[in-house]
Design a protein around this ligand. Structure first.
Ligand SMILES: [Ca+2]
Ligand SMILES: [Ca+2]
Length: 159
């Protein structure tokens, strides 16, 4: 391998590494409150299961219910094993059957939930147990005692 070929190979590897560095698959929708007690706002919790901080500038959570679709803009950073709560608009009516989407700053779909039902107006939420569980099945989420902005594994009461 001559120097030029070696350089090309190196650049190709660098491109792959850069592309991998942009893979933001470690951030997920971790918990969703669609029906809070006392008519409090709907919210979604984001979790970073990776080992690097992720810049959430320009990211968006979108909660899509039958009669409405609510975008929530994110900002700041989410650290490794960190949690960020996206607060919904107080005017959004409690969800009955809602699907939640997470988009990055380029508009790529990073995560989506299955359609989730909740109209009980209590402290229970749809939560990934444990945090970040992502098998792309409905079993990723369980209806558990809410843990807004902290681990879904602590203080949870198993039904
Ligand atoms: Ca609830
Ligand atoms: Ca939580």
């Amino acid at each position: 391998m001559n120097a030029r070929t070696a350089l090309k190979a190196c650049l190709a590897l660098c491109c792959i590494a850069a592309a991998c560095g942009l893979a933001l698959g470690n951030v997920v929708i971790n918990e969703i409150e669609l029906s809070a007690p006392n008519n409090a706002s709907i919210w979604a919790e984001i979790y970073n299961s990776g080992t690097e901080p992720v810049d959430l500038t320009g990211w968006m959570v979108k909660i899509v219910d039958g009669p409405w679709a609510g975008p929530i803009e994110l900002s700041g950073q989410i650290g490794p094993s960190g949690f960020v709560v996206a607060e919904g608009d107080p005017r959004w009516t409690p969800g009955i059957n809602a699907t939640v989407y997470l988009y990055d700053s380029a508009g790529n779909l990073i995560d989506r939930t299955y359609e989730l039902s909740d109209s009980a107006q209590n402290d229970f939420t749809w939560s990934r147990i444990p945090d970040g569980k992502d098998t792309d099945t409905r079993a990723d989420f369980a209806y558990f005692m809410g843990s807004k902005g902290r681990s879904n594994g602590s203080g949870s009461i198993r039904l």
